[in-house]
Design a protein around this ligand. Structure first.
Ligand SMILES: [Zn+2]
Length: 334
């Protein structure tokens, strides 16, 4: 596998005066502050490939926000898919169980989506590549609606489907890249399970109409062929369905693999399409709950050191292009 980029950026890096003493390592924060004019135009660590984190969250109000993006970029990360945080984490509680008006409830999700679109714009300014929003309704919302807010499962379904409809509008308008849906990863009553599957099917329908991929949050599994068939029935090809928080092996959708070495080894050896993610939640109350924002570039560096250039290209160029229609090479340096 040839180099993904020409040596231009590498040369610019080496052109740093010797007294900066970089030796090819990224500048420290202190150095960046001391030599801002020299450092600013440089790509801090050049892994010579696009590096995409397929699923992370950014919360500029309560978490690290753009600071986390800077960490990611500093280690060589270039592209991000930023998924909106669960609506209730942002204090948005759509709908009224005593007067269910799904359309009005759907509108309430806009605040959640707009915040994500806003932070994505700021993240793109920091990245050598760019970020894209992935918008949708977290499947855990159904439990909040049913167990804590007193919605009937069918009414909760309607509210969540309305949220998916609004998310799909942003995709249709070109403001978001993909949809997010799924079903609880924990045990729920049958009525809640069925309602959740109906929400997921709605996401597949809207994804098919908008021509976009659908990311799923779902139970741990290595076989989701049935769900992939539902997508196909709705007109969405199975290879445009992504299971987030995946292991290295998955039948049906495309796995977005949590970037732990063991999971990645399995994905690399599978020879199949895969993506890499951290599910960084950017929540100060849950430090260490998931992988940090530096993890994907670190693991890419490790894969390259192990000689897996082909797998890196698969996860960061070929699969993103096939699933989302994005060009991670052509969007570098924009
Ligand atoms: Zn997530």
């Amino acid at each position: 596998m040839g180099k993904l980029l020409n040596g231009d950026r590498q040369r610019r890096w080496r052109a740093v005066p010797a007294h900066d003493d970089h030796d090819g390592r990224p500048p420290t924060t202190r150095e960046a502050k001391r030599f801002p004019s020299r450092i600013a135009h440089l790509t801090p660590m050049d892994l010579d490939t696009p590096v995409l984190d397929d699923h992370m969250h950014l919360d500029p109000d309560h978490g690290r926000g753009i600071d986390a993006v800077e960490d990611f970029a500093h280690l060589g990360g270039t592209h991000l898919l930023v998924v909106n945080k669960p609506s209730w984490h942002l204090g948005v509680e759509p709908g009224d169980p005593d007067a269910v008006d799904p359309e009005a409830a759907g509108e309430e999700f806009r605040e959640v989506f707009e915040r994500t679109i806003d932070v994505v714009g700021r993240a793109s300014d920091v990245l050598d590549g760019r970020a894209w929003p992935v918008l949708g309704v977290h499947p855990g919302l159904i439990s909040r609606l049913v167990d804590e807010r007193g919605f009937a499962p069918d009414d909760a379904r309607d509210v969540m489907q309305a949220g998916i409809d609004v998310a799909a509008e942003y995709v249709a308008d070109g403001e978001a890249l993909a949809l997010k849906s799924g079903r609880p990863h924990y045990e729920v009553p049958d009525a809640v399970w069925e309602a959740s599957n109906d929400v997921m099917r709605r996401a597949f329908e809207r994804g098919a109409e908008a021509g976009c991929a659908v990311q799923l949050h779902a139970e741990a599994s290595e076989d989701m062929t049935e769900v992939a068939e539902w997508a196909e029935e709705a007109g969405l090809p199975a290879d445009r369905v992504v299971k987030h928080y995946a292991g290295g092996r998955l039948a049906g959708p495309i796995p977005s693999v949590m970037s732990e070495k063991e999971r990645l080894r399995v994905a690399v050896e599978s020879g199949e399409p895969f993506l890499m993610e951290t599910d960084f939640v950017d929540d100060p109350d849950r430090p260490g709950a998931v992988l940090g924002p530096k993890t994907v570039p670190r693991r890419v560096r490790w894969l390259l050191e192990e000689g897996h250039e082909d797998a890196v290209r698969r996860a960061h160029v070929e699969t993103p292009r096939a699933v989302y229609g994005i060009d991670t090479v052509g969007t570098l340096g924009e």
